[in-house]
Design a protein around this ligand. Sequence first.
Ligand SMILES: [Zn+2]
Length: 302
Amino acid sequence: MPVEKLSEDIYLIDTLALGFREFMASYLVMGGEKNALIDLGYASSFPVLVESLGEIGLKPDDVDYLIITHLHLDHSGAASLYVKSSENSVVYCHPKAVRHLVNPSRLIESAGEVYGEYVKLFGDVGPVPREKIIEAEDGGRIRLGDLTLRVIYAPGHAPHQIVVYVEEAEALITGDAVSVQQPSSPFKIPATPPPSYNHQEAIETLRKLSRLRPRSILRPHFGEVRDTGNFFEDEVKVLETWRRIVGEAMMSERDHEETVRKAINNYVEAMKIDLSRSPLLTPLVLRISFQGMKKYLEEHQG
Ligand SMILES: [Zn+2]
């Protein structure tokens, strides 16, 4: 199973989302007394998650905290299955996420609107009992023994997003506050999906996170960044470039399909992306990010 030990107490688990490598990572932090998993993957990846924990020597019950950075089903989808297979584990999430975990019908509907028939591949998403959920506070700490996790609110990609800072390790687990970039490809793809991407908040979140000066950045999509020097500046550039290009395409084209194509082509050109060397999912991710950015721009004109 695809487990990578990043340090003495932090592991990356590739959940093999929808059968793809390097698309969705879950991070395991072992603090000596307590353990936490940050992001769980799709419901359909749950067996991979359990097997991977087994490889590290853990049962589902050995993970005390299941921290969900935000509701999107690649991050939260497995929560219900996980809680069913573990007496001990509790879920941590943003207060705005709680009711959608307890009753996921709106969440499933919203994923259906964005992903259409692909949603079938995400697996069965069930409810998480309310008594298994703890609301995360901004700046709140979760003590694991030798390690401490600090939860930080990180709106933008979604209003219900949190990130997790492992204080002693100076490692930041970012959720989707940062772009998508697979280790096998140098190209950064913006993560600005509907229904609630907010550009201004996303930029503010990046600036806030850059002030932490993390030594290590751990991204769900995907993997660790150790050379963190210009990381956040680059991320701001990705979002600002994308915003400008989507805005320009919306001004110059009338037809929806033409507008999408123009925006994607112009982004690929501006960032010098070689599509033949980038992951298969790149055009799909850009298409979804287009919808989110377009919606934001339409709702925030002038
Ligand atoms: Zn997301």
